[in-house]
Write a protein that binds this ligand. Structure first.
Ligand SMILES: Cc1cc2nc3c(=O)[nH]c(=O)nc-3n(C[C@H](O)[C@H](O)[C@H](O)COP(=O)(O)OP(=O)(O)OC[C@H]3O[C@@H](n4cnc5c(N)ncnc54)[C@H](O)[C@@H]3O)c2cc1C
Ligand code: FES
Ligand code: FES
Length: 531
């Protein structure tokens, strides 16, 4: 067996003898790198976040934040990881000269109290710091470390906190956008920092204001910064990996043919892509599949191609990669991505994984059903294309045969021009849907000429709301039609009661979603009344 090595903070470290199911976090901590913490072990808190060097096109690298608690350490054979220790360290309480700019801003602005969450925040923040598209100047923030200041002038945009040394910090955040009429004004700093890059990081004690101030005060990386220089070279290639410990094995096949051969021989092998579902199973349900088969870096599953007829998205591209590559080209997906988990999760999660679980509450299926998508399935016997509407056959059951994988998602062109994705959940971000509704419609000359509605969370499988579609198709796009169709929509599926929502609530939300779609896409006179 070839040596398995991961470059951690610039040094090659060998994985030798560790159990196959060891996650990246546990392995890093076993090396003494205890900055990254375990808060939840299920991708919810971000205390475990680290940076991984991912290819960004052919010849560039992108520092990408991931939850280390979910993927197996072996998935990083030949890869480069940076932990909070690799960014910078302060030897002694007052030594700050070796801190990374992100660490320094967090310290200066009181962004850390107990510190449990801090290394995770630092890594997510560093990924955003190095994001090549981020441009802008830092907030015009002024730090006054004068002890004895009362710390506030009472105005919005001033915040007080304590430095580690006990002095009071006064941070003027004058350049933070003040226009609250724009809901997104507060979500990107004047330095281009997307605050949603931290949406997967939770802090229980500091409060988010000083953390946001630190983020918005960041400048641009210096040209001699080695992590910035790393961006200009190709990212680490995937390495074929074979490893066994005890009874268990880990394989990363080099090619799709190798993968399908192995799967034909070991049909019960657990396919692992981003591990954002599999990792939770391993950590919380203690499943121990005897064979893990990594597909996340497989080139054949990582293409995004366009033909005149369709867009084809490789099953192993991460949602963040697809989001970047499409850049709004498919509007219903552009609405889906920000509502799908957090940036940390989207940096690992794939469409293949979301569809591979067969879950009735995955967020991708409603959107893809509304788009009329189909799946390219591959096995040693060849490829076949299956309409997504026919893919799900029962609760977590699909037409996928043993030995078969999802190779790609195919979205037909042309796209319906009027679309929406509504996720009804207890929290706006980073929550599981109670109900998800995606709508793609063509409204021409006041008539609904075509409409597709995909729904999740109301049946054992994601479904098309076919009766509602029939109640709308070919009819005038009017309040009367939509009211009648909303009644039909409320009766779609067989929603159940659970801890997330009652069946009555789910049914009510279906009808509401259609009404909302009408209000958002109706003639202006109706809009005025409705709003
Ligand atoms: C904190 C947190 C928040 C989440 N939020 C959301 C959310 O908002 N919406 C949502 O829908 N989901 C959410 N999820 C679930 C998860 O992120 C998604 O289902 C994700 O798309 C899974 O992708 P993955 O690549 O990580 O899959 P993995 O975990 O690697 O695999 C999942 C399953 O799919 C199979 N699989 C993977 N790739 C393939 C393939 N190419 N062919 C066949 N089978 C395959 C695997 O064998 C496994 O059974 C969340 C998860 C966590 C931990
Ligand atoms: S430990 Fe909470 S996200 Fe990993
Ligand atoms: S500083 Fe204590 S949890 Fe964030």
């Amino acid at each position: 067996m070839a040596r398995i090595t991961v470059n951690v903070n610039g040094e090659d470290r060998e994985i030798d003898g560790a159990p196959v199911h060891t996650n990246l976090l546990d392995w890093l901590r076993s090396l003494g790198l205890t900055g990254a913490k375990e808060g939840c072990a299920e991708g919810e808190c971000g205390a475990c976040a680290v940076l991984v060097a991912r290819p960004d096109g052919e010849d560039r690298t992108r520092w990408t934040s991931v939850n280390a608690c979910l993927p197996p350490a072996l998935a990083f054979d030949g890869q480069e990881i940076v932990t909070s220790e690799g960014l910078g360290t302060a030897e002694g309480a007052c030594a700050v000269e070796d801190l990374h700019p992100v660490q320094r801003e967090m310290a200066d602005r009181g962004g850390s109290q107990c510190g449990y969450c801090t290394p995770g925040f630092i890594c997510s923040m560093a990924a955003e710091y190095y994001r090549p598209e981020r441009t802008g100047a830092p907030a015009d923030a002024e730090v006054n470390l004068a002890a004895g200041s009362d710390g506030t002038d009472g105005s919005v945009g001033t915040v007080t906190g304590s430095t580690p040394a006990g002095a009071t910090t006064v941070v003027e955040t004058a350049a933070v956008p003040a226009d609250t009429s724009d809901a997104h004004a507060h979500e990107t700093g004047p330095n281009g920092f997307d605050i949603h890059s931290l949406s997967g990081n939770l802090c229980r004690c500091t409060g988010y204001r000083p953390i946001r101030d630190a983020a918005y005060a960041l400048g641009s990386p210096e040209s001699e910064d080695p992590l910035a220089q790393r961006l200009d070279a190709a990212g680490p290639a995937a390495r074929a990996t074979a490893y066994a410990a005890g009874e268990a094995e880990f394989h990363r096949p080099a090619t799709l043919t190798d993968l399908l051969d192995r799967l034909a021989e070991q049909p019960d092998a657990q396919i692992v892509a981003g591990a954002t579902d599999v990792g939770v199973e391993l950590n919380l349900r203690h499943t121990r599949p005897p064979v893990l088969l990594a597909v996340d870096r497989l080139a054949e599953l990582r293409d995004l191609t366009r033909t005149p007829d369709h867009v084809e998205i490789g099953a192993a591209l991460t949602l963040s990669e697809v989001e970047r590559e499409l850049d709004g080209e498919i509007p219903v997906l552009a609405e889906l991505f920000p509502l799908f988990a957090s940036r940390l999760i989207r940096n690992g999660a794939t469409f293949g994984g979301n569809l591979g679980t067969g879950s009735p509450i995955g967020d991708a299926p409603p959107a893809l059903l509304a788009l009329g998508a189909s799946l390219v399935l591959a096995s040693r016997g060849g490829e076949r294309v299956v309409d997504l509407a026919e893919y799900f056959t029962g609760y977590r059951q699909t037409v996928r045969e043993p030995g078969e994988i999802i190779k790609a998602v195919r979205i037909p062109l042309s796209l319906a021009p009027t679309t929406a994705f509504y996720k009804i959940a207890k929290r706006r971000f980073d929550d599981i849907s109670s109900v998800a509704v995606a709508i793609a419609a063509r409204i021409e000359d006041g008539l609904v000429s075509d409409i597709r509605i995909g729904v999740g969370g109301i049946a054992a499988t994601p479904v098309r709301a076919l009766a509602t579609e029939d109640a709308l198709r070919g009819r005038p796009w009017s309040e009367e039609t939509v009211s009648a169709a909303a009644q039909v929509m409320s009766g779609e599926g067989t929603p159940m009661d659970d801890h997330r929502a009652s069946s009555r609530y789910r049914s009510a939300m279906l009808g509401q979603a259609l009404c909302r779609f009408y209000v958002e896409n109706s003639p202006s006179e109706v809009l005025e009344v409705a709003r």
